[in-house]
Design a binder for this molecule. Structure first.
Ligand code: TRP
Length: 461
């Protein structure tokens, strides 16, 4: 122990100041991690491709039935262990190698997600610049499509913007949990909500198409649901809530001991679903009002929306607001992704925060560059017909997260003592958790069985 006295000192200091300073700080930071491109970019196009309203219902169902309990599960693990995801499994399993591997699996998943996520986050920077300079306005639809394609297929600019986004994220993380993550989330999240509400009002006042768009979003047509769209809804709910691979274990370890984990989870899931639905309210009425295709896939916000902005009064202003909003949402999420890696480096290897941030960012950039170039020079490097970018997305959202979630519920529900779970959820018995037995039942039976069915049906196709 005495070999590394200075390191032990810093670790102690970090433990002393460990975590968020308030409950609202924790909620905004974790909601910031959850609310991201997943809500504003991925959710609308997934919904567009998977049948509209029915997808929304299945999605909300999964958020309530599996999402909230699973987020609580991650918070319980993190707060109990007071540790990053690998350290958490090590501490709580008393050094069992199998469970530590599950923690490492979480680190790998965070790397993969950050690698492809930062590509699209970088695009938002370019679109903020383009819209501020008025380069999106007054263009014909073909020119807008052309603009998107030539930008994403380029081998310089997208990399530059991805790199910039990674640096921006890194500079928040270096400032620490309270002065970086918490402070930035407290500023950006309210701005995000205000911008989103502004945009929804704009979209809802677009006349006839608005009704059609709302009907697409809210009127379920269950004949459009298939096995794969149900799997997609589950993957989307996990991706959007940032659960399944231990991201919330890290944030959970920063939640104060006196905060209520159930209420905190509900707030975060509520904010997250609200933002996804608001994003739908922004996008679909506008898409229908201007006769665009809601099922156009990942290009939905980058090609379809600029056309929509061009057709509306003060479109340039709304384009700027929209892409700013998208960038803010992406930033609070990349912050949460990098923090998983940095907390791991700092606590497991005793690296300084700055060093851990630098090396994680560099490694993510090296891997992320392949995802980035898979839109251009590497677009023919495919496996099962999917580009590197699509593979990273598919592997993480459809496989790693459900499998990680399954193993996590087995760990907490079947291997970890029930009294300790109850102790953590009830803040050492000071809170009455009325629905504890219900939570525990979902943890032990409902979630694992649902996850198993979904994983198997996903594999069988
Ligand atoms: N939830 C974020 C979104 O919707 C993405 C994200 C951030 C994430 N951190 C994560 C997903 C950790 C899974 C795990 O955009």
């Amino acid at each position: 122990m005495n070999r590394v006295p200075t390191m032990i000192k810093t670790t102690n200091m970090e433990n002393y100041t460990r975590g968020f300073s308030s409950n609202i700080g924790a909620i905004l930071a974790a909601a910031g991690g959850a609310v991201g491109l997943g809500n504003i970019w991925r959710f609308p196009y997934m919904l567009g491709q998977n049948g509209g309203g029915a997808f929304l219902l299945v999605y909300v169902f999964f958020v309530i039935l599996i999402g909230v309990p699973l987020m609580m599960t991650e918070f319980i693990i993190g707060r109990r262990a007071q540790s990053n995801v690998v350290g958490a499994y090590r501490k709580l399993s008393h050094g069992n190698k199998g469970w530590i591997t599950l923690g490492i699996f979480g680190i790998v998943a965070a790397f993969l997600i950050y690698a492809f996520y930062s590509v699209v986050a970088g695009w938002t920077l370019n679109y903020i610049v383009l819209s501020c300079r008025g380069h999106l306005s007054g263009k014909e639809p073909e020119a807008i499509t052309q603009l998107f394609q030539s930008f994403t297929q380029d081998s310089f600019w997208p990399l530059l913007y991805q790199g910039l986004f990674l640096i921006l994220t890194g500079s928040v993380i270096v400032m620490g949990v309270q002065k970086g993550i918490e402070k930035v989330s407290k500023i950006l999240m309210p701005i995000l909500f205000i911008l989103l509400i502004l945009m929804s009002v704009r979209s809802l006042t677009l006349g006839a198409g608005a009704k059609e768009g709302l009907a697409f979003l809210f009127n379920p047509d269950f004949s459009k649901l298939t096995g794969s769209s149900i799997l997609a809804a589950l993957g989307q709910s996990f991706f959007s809530l940032s659960i399944g691979m231990g991201a919330m274990v890290t944030y959970g370890s920063y939640i104060r001991k006196e905060d209520k984990l159930f209420n905190t989870s509900l707030w975060i899931a509520g904010c997250d679903s609200l933002v996804a639905i608001l994003a739908g309210i922004v996008i679909f009425p506008a898409v229908f009002a201007f006769g665009m295709n809601p099922a156009s896939g990942p290009e939905l916000v980058y090609i379809v929306l600029p056309n929509v902005f061009n057709s509306m009064p003060a479109g340039t202003l709304f384009a700027i607001i929209f892409f700013l909003l998208l960038g803010i949402a992406a930033l609070t999420s990349t912050i949460s992704l990098l923090e998983i890696l940095v907390a791991f480096g700092v606590e497991e290897f005793h690296w300084k925060r700055g060093v851990a941030s630098f090396f994680s960012t560099l490694l993510v950039f090296l891997i992320g560059a392949f995802c980035n170039l898979s839109f251009g020079p590497l677009k023919d490097a495919t496996l099962f017909g999917k580009t590197i970018f699509d593979l990273f997305d598919l592997i993480t959202a459809s496989y790693l997260m459900p499998i990680g979630a399954l193993l996590m519920t087995i760990f907490l529900g079947w291997f970890f003592p029930k009294v300790e779970v109850k102790d953590e959820l009830s803040n050492s018995g000071t809170l009455k958790v009325k629905a504890f037995e219900l939570y525990y039942f979902i943890l032990r039976f409902v979630s694992p069985i649902a996850l198993l069915i979904i994983i198997i049906s996903g594999i069988i196709g």
